[in-house]
Design a protein around this ligand. Sequence first.
Ligand code: FEO
Length: 400
Amino acid sequence: MNNPFAAIKISERVYWVGAIDNEIRDFHGYSTSRGTTYNAYLILGEKPILVDTVKAPFFPEMLARIASVIEPEKISYIISNHAELDHSGALLPTIEAIKPEKVFVSKMGAAALKEHFNRHLDLTEIKSGESFTLGDANLVCLETRMLHWPDSMFTYFANDNILFSQDGFGMHLATYKIFAEENERTTLQHEAMKYFANILLPYSSFVTKLLDVFPSFGLDVKILAPDHGPIWHQVQDINWIMGLWQKWAKQEPTDKIVICYDTMWDSTAKMARAIADGIMTEKAEPKVMPLSSCHRSDIAVELLEAGALLVGSPTINNQIFPTVADVLCYLKGLKPQNLIGQAFGSYGWSGESIQLLQEELKSIKIELFDNPIKAKYVPNNDCLVLCKNLGQNIARKLKS
Ligand code: FEO
């Protein structure tokens, strides 16, 4: 009873032995305002198996949770579904502590782990899609390349109908309610959407392909256990999250128009407000996102269910305002699809940023709606009417 951390039973033979990170607020550029979890799973049986580990600082916690169920040295195997360090950071100390007979990885995982740790590792590559047995555990591993890394893999534990889906169907949410159904549905939907928009978006076509072929694998999944956030523990919830992924991967445009901007002396902000007014009069949805209070990862979330992106920036020292440049760089990597867009902004001398913004939108493959709108110093009434007209026209186009 002197163990501070306990494993949580999630099925007949499987325990959650992960860690809850209440403090993380930045996940390589993505704002994790509700923290996250690093989920690792212990399968009991003739030959106990550990599925994934945790971020390095949480290794003692994971080991303590394992020890609340069995002596860690009794674990025979590790399956590493994903090499990213939030799941493999504790792999080396875990191997050292439990000395498993084998560590199973995908082909790409073997290469990635060796390159991460820059040392020889005795890893066993698994063939994707082939059933295999470890002791009395019946398993299938499925490579899910580029979901979201080349090494990514799912593991299905047939005895308890659990699919361990590493980052798949996860979210950054530090919660002590480890089953999805115990959490607020709106929170789950928001955080799952944020995760998809910021992590999976560039790989949407891979998501669609996977979900299209998934039924053909014939897996009877009753529990979906990702490496972040709550566990999908009810079949209707599994269908719900998979349905959302299917929808998000399509990136179908709506009549929501995201207006993302920053401002120096309120001129660009005035233009943004006039554009929003035009959108409102057409009964479309303006989403006004000043970068003084909106994070780049929140822009990505809103764009996932939008039809247009309007970007505004003043010109500062012949350049785009730094916060706006930051968002555009981030979006270029996320490769959002099916958007139209346009630039607007104020300037004092030469106004380079407006043309630079249009070029950036083109490079993100956002279809330009019209020529950009520029205001010298402070937008006059005519300029604000032009902004309002832009809002109306773009809204009409999306609603038509
Ligand atoms: Fe949660 Fe791709 O690591």
